[in-house]
Unconditional design. Sequence first.
Lengths: 111, 112
Amino acid sequence: LAKTTQPISMDSYEGQEVNITCSHNNIATNDYITWYQQFPSQGPRFIIQGYKTKVTNEVASLFIPADRKSSTLSLPRVSLSDTAVYYCLVGPTDSWGKLQFGAGTQVVVTP
Amino acid sequence: KAGVTQTPRYLIKTRGQQVTLSCSPISGHRSVSWYQQTPGQGLQFLFEYFSETQRNKGNFPGRFSGRQFSNSRSEMNVSTLELGDSALYLCASSSQGDYEQYFGPGTRLTVT
């Protein structure tokens, strides 16, 4: 599984856009990029997944450059409730149930 | 559709005892994965069951075991508990064991 590197923490104010970049230099051809969100004392929640270019849903956007060695999760107009840990995961979709989580990025949103 | 449920939510055990945790996946999901989360080690994969068979296993000692029933419900057992087993145990379900998994609220296990 490709190793990922993401910032330990990020601070933001309400209403701003938050961009979290994840590096995955050793990504394999059949690997996808997936992001999860976790609030304290809760299980992680799937946010978004992509393979290349840009993916957008009602929660976030995922930008993946052509070389796929990094990706950026974009959270538009964050609110206090977006304070959480965000994990970037890279691996094949046929992972046989195994998700490999790194340390994640603690995002703190303040008024 | 009901989410993933885990029971019990909280548990306190004594070192040396054993414990069984239960997980009910989302209806129709055949894959159940288990994870351990601690402040020091983060989220670590324990094992995955698919159609009653263990398909994948993480790097945990044999004291950690599990099983899955024909209705996809899963149990995890930890024998001879150690203080270091204190953690949040999470289960997640998915249709095929893919990257879009749905996590339960977890069971908080405290070993004293």
